[in-house]
Write a protein that binds this ligand. Structure first.
Ligand code: GDP
Length: 458
């Protein structure tokens, strides 16, 4: 996401770094570039105008004029303005969602068909059930979550939510297409109260476009459920349209926030930059993959950093911490240190750890632009494919073979290659990579880091 915008803005920033002083003319040039970059990213015109005017005012004002390095000061101004454009940061005093209410806290999901409502319902339910929600900067614990679908128009919709709920490991309340949406909602609220759920998430029917009947229905659901959060789900790839639909919904329904989905497919990023300004509603979450863990709380400041090519290290570390099984990692480290042989079983455990860190694409996205470019050959999708192939090879071996790789003679290799659907050469390649790694592990045991670096040719 934001590929072009990031490239263009970093170019502007680089040029400005070379300037000793800010002058009327180099400031004009810089602002023109920023304006073009934003328009190309499909940011709404009024938003662009406003943004450029504010940067100009600050750039020519106190904040930059007296500074030793105007280039750097300018980056600061652009970063700050981008942050405030996307909404003030939550800070430590706030929570991602307001759930502090007499339980169940009801979350009503609204949006057009295909926006990603049902998927997002599952993602959010999982996120809450796993205890990822934070309040005053602290995790607020695992929530007991119930989901229900009030979409009686698309028979498949209820089934889809059932599947998603199963994957998310949260409770699903069955409903059926002969019921009235209002009756489903009332029954769900009653059920959630009686069974002491912390959160009730209600997925609703979407239409292809905005229509009055749909608006009336969701308004009546809103009156009945009195949700603490009413989230509008919208597809980022629709660019400015997404923002306009969000605005129309916001006028008809008291939204508390927006979820922008499919940011992974949106290389321009205009919607993410405009939605706050145009709707006045905070962007609370972004969807970054089809998978149920592809949801991130939205942090304007971190996103501004990403847009400027400065990377989002904070989120990267958080993602790693969230997914890595610390106990597993330590067990492995102890095994290696204790002088046990590092075998293919350990290798497989290690791969699984890497896989758990999350989708490679979304990890690479968060690296600063320079690194991400260096890793450019390693496109997210490819890295994941390679990981899956290696895992396939390892899974085609017996535990005994993994414990004693020297058992792997030609006939066994052929069997493994056939079992995992790769050529024999690939099995050999993996084994020689593994041997190198084993060598490194040995060095680590014997002589610590310094020796290992030498072994690696460093
Ligand atoms: P609904 O009609 O609003 O309930 O939309 P769905 O939840 O059925 O989603 C529509 C399609 O978008 C599905 O194929 C989802 O897998 C896909 N989708 C939803 N969110 C994301 C996302 O963040 N990234 C990607 N790549 N796909 C998504």
């Amino acid at each position: 996401m934001f590929d072009n915008l990031t490239q263009r803005l970093s170019r502007v920033v680089k040029t400005m770094r070379g300037e000793a002083r800010l002058t009327e003319s180099n400031t004009q040039d810089m602002l023109r570039e920023v304006r073009m970059a934003l328009l190309e990213a499909d940011v709404a015109l009024p938003v662009v105008r406003d943004f450029v005017a504010r940067v100009k005012e600050k750039a020519l004002g106190q904040e930059v004029a007296g500074s030793l390095n105007p280039g750097q000061a300018l980056v600061g101004v652009v970063h700050k303005e981008l942050t405030s454009l996307m909404g003030a940061d939550l800070g430590d005093g706030a929570s991602e969602l307001s759930l502090a209410t007499q339980p169940p806290a009801v979350v009503l999901m609204a949006g057009l068909q295909g926006a990603g409502k049902t998927t997002t319902t599952g993602k959010l339910a999982k996120w809450l059930a796993e205890g990822n929600h934070t309040h005053h900067g602290r995790k607020s614990g695992k929530k007991k979550v119930l989901v229900v679908s009030a979409d009686v128009y698309r028979p498949a919709a209820i089934e889809q939510l059932r599947t998603v709920a199963e994957q998310a490991k949260v409770d699903f309340l069955p409903s059926d297409a002969s019921q009235k949406p209002q009756d489903i909602a009332a029954a769900a609220l009653d059920h959630a109260r009686r069974h002491h759920y912390d959160v009730l998430m209600v997925d609703t029917a979407g239409r292809l476009g905005i229509d009055e009947a749909m608006m009336q229905e969701i308004r009546s659901l809103h009156d009945l459920l009195k949700p603490i959060e009413t989230l509008f789900v919208v597809d980022a790839m629709q660019g400015q349209d997404a923002v306009n639909v969000a605005k129309a919904f916001g006028e008809a329904l008291p939204l508390t926030g927006v979820v922008l989905t499919k940011l992974d497919g949106d290389s321009r990023g205009g919607a993410a930059l405009s939605v706050r300004h145009v709707t006045g509603k905070p962007l609370k979450f972004v969807g970054v993959s089809e998978k149920l863990d592809g949801l991130e709380p939205f942090h304007p400041e971190r996103m501004a950093q990403r847009v400027l090519g400065m990377g989002d290290i904070v989120s990267l570390v958080e993602q790693a911490q969230k997914n890595i099984d610390i106990a597993e990692a330590q067990k492995l480290a102890t095994r290696i240190k204790s002088g046990n042989k590092f075998d293919l079983n350990d290798f497989r455990d290690q791969l699984q750890q890497v896989k758990k860190m999350g989708d490679m694409g979304s990890l690479l996205e968060k690296l600063p632009a320079q690194f991400a470019q260096a890793a450019g050959q390693l496109q997210g999708g490819q890295a994941e494919k390679q990981l899956r192939r290696t895992e396939g090879i390892l899974n085609s071996m017996t535990p005994a073979e993994r414990a004693k790789p020297e058992l792997l003679k030609a006939s066994r290799k052929r069997r493994i290659a056939a079992g995992s659907g790769v050529p024999v050469q690939e099995v050999n390649r993996m084994l020689s990579q593994f041997e190198q790694m084993q060598g490194m592990m040995k060095q680590m045991k014997k002589g610590g880091m310094a020796k290992m670096m030498r072994a690696m040719g460093g």
